[in-house]
Design a protein around this ligand. Structure first.
Ligand SMILES: Cc1ncc(COP(=O)(O)O)c(C=O)c1O
Length: 428
């Protein structure tokens, strides 16, 4: 079976290939492809003019930006480029989306959110508070994978269904948690949510999926999933610091109010969700991400590449989880926050705490890594504040968890180096 060409992968990222530093905070932001940086500089140096004019350089620049929009469409597998909007971050895009949907939500309607990253919670909380709407939480279920570990929490589809009422208007959730690393089967979840909504005669239910922590590891397919809105940050998928939002054509037409200037003819276009232009060089540079992903598989398809990425990442997950869930670590007080099982239902974003008689604060664990100086990991709630705050027994939200987040350019040797620093601390 084909496998990832790791030498090629690593050579594609100057930061990774030119130093021994272990980048293990990738869920915060991945390293950037050299080819993406070249595109950014080439755009700015040679085609940095306004779009849409008829002079030759503007024609070239418009064509480059259109290629970038097409790249984002491909990454989402949207039906049309008209369904793709850009913004500086996913947080900003979700805020824009909520603002654009506000007028289409009735006064007695309800919203369901998860306790995951605040980007997909905060905007809906604000609408609910301002409009006095009912907000329901789809919380992660405790002790799901391991009855002896209350922190082994998981978002289960069965838990969202009872929250749906005839008044539910919006359901938002994450395709993958940026702390737990578990993948929610989006297609299955959406099908179950829509089925329940149809049984209850819901007027209009739309689903918004946060794919930020999912996109670096798995193929997004908004059409297959049957979602209405979906977003992710390209800067976590090896690209430039920009984010993309999918809005289904029918939703753009029927649900979304335009955030753009009143005289612009935006009707069913994603421009409704893009008040003002994004950085054109960044949009163009998205073509570097699709070109890279396609180059990794023999069939030159994004689907095949994500299979290779999944395969490679399973090796990283297995090694790290085998250590963290070993009897020795368990006795020492290590508790995985999330799924402890090795398998394709999770990505290599792995969080843990050290509790008990000889508890160690998450920040102290990370400090030891920082002092050593050649491995980058992080601690905290990573803006999934509500998820952490909801854990029982309580943990200090400001200290929260240690998170090791790996991607396909990481190696088993990286994992061994992480384990060696961690073992020394746990033994001390
Ligand atoms: C799951 C998840 N959602 C949303 C965001 C917010 O993304 P951005 O930084 O582009 O606003 C993040 C960022 O870490 C995230 O991990």
């Amino acid at each position: 079976m084909a496998s990832l060409d790791l030498a090629f992968v690593r050579a594609s990222f100057p930061a990774v290939s030119e130093s021994r530093f272990v980048y293990a905070d990738n869920a915060g932001g991945s390293q950037c492809l050299g080819s993406v940086v070249s595109r950014i500089s080439d755009y700015l140096l040679h085609t940095n003019v306004q779009l849409g004019a008829d002079y030759s350089v503007s024609v070239a620049s418009t064509s480059r930006v259109n290629d970038g929009i097409e790249a984002a469409r491909e990454l989402l597998n949207a039906a049309s480029v008209d369904e793709v909007a850009f913004g500086s971050s996913s947080t900003m895009l979700a805020e824009n989306l909520a603002r654009a949907l506000d007028g289409d939500i009735l006064d007695d309607e309800e919203i369901i959110i998860t306790g995951e990253h605040e980007a997909n919670g905060g905007p809906w909380k604000k609408i609910a508070a301002r409009r006095n709407l009912t907000l329901n939480y789809w919380h992660a279920r405790p002790g799901f994978y391991n009855a002896n570990n209350p922190y082994s929490v998981s978002l289960q589809i069965d838990d969202v269904l009872p929250l749906i009422s005839p008044k539910t208007r919006i359901v938002t959730f994450t395709a993958c948690s940026n702390i737990l690393g578990t993948i929610v089967p989006v297609k299955e979840a959406v099908r179950a949510i829509r089925k329940r909504a149809a049984e209850l005669g819901v007027r209009k239910l739309e689903v918004c999926v946060d794919c930020v922590a999912y996109a670096p590891h798995r193929r997004i397919d908004v059409q297959d999933w049957d979602v209405d809105y979906c977003f992710f940050s390209v800067y976590k998928v090896y690209g430039p610091h920009i984010a993309v939002l999918y809005a289904r054509a029918a939703s753009l037409q029927d649900s979304v109010s335009s955030l753009s200037h009143h005289f612009l003819d935006v009707k069913t276009k994603s421009y409704k969700l893009q008040p003002g232009g994004p950085g054109y060089e960044l949009v163009y540079a998205c073509t570097g991400v699709t070109a890279y992903l396609k180059s990794l598989s023999v069939t030159h398809t994004i689907e095949a590449t994500f299979e290779l990425i999944k395969e490679h990442e399973q090796g990283l997950i297995a090694r790290l989880l085998m250590f963290l869930r070993s009897d020795w670590c368990t006795r020492r007080g290590v508790r995985i926050v999330g799924d402890h099982s090795i398998g394709p239902a999770r990505v290599p974003t792995i969080s843990f705490v050290v509790i008990g008689d000889r508890a160690i604060r998450s920040q102290d664990i990370v400090k030891a890594f920082d002092q050593q100086g050649d491995i980058g990991i992080r601690y905290g709630h990573f803006y999934a504040y509500t998820l952490i705050d909801h854990l029982e027994p309580k943990i200090d939200v400001s200290d929260a968890v240690v998170r090791i987040s790996l991607v396909h350019y990481n190696t088993v040797e990286d994992v061994e180096r992480i384990i060696s620093v961690l073992s020394a601390q746990l033994m001390a």
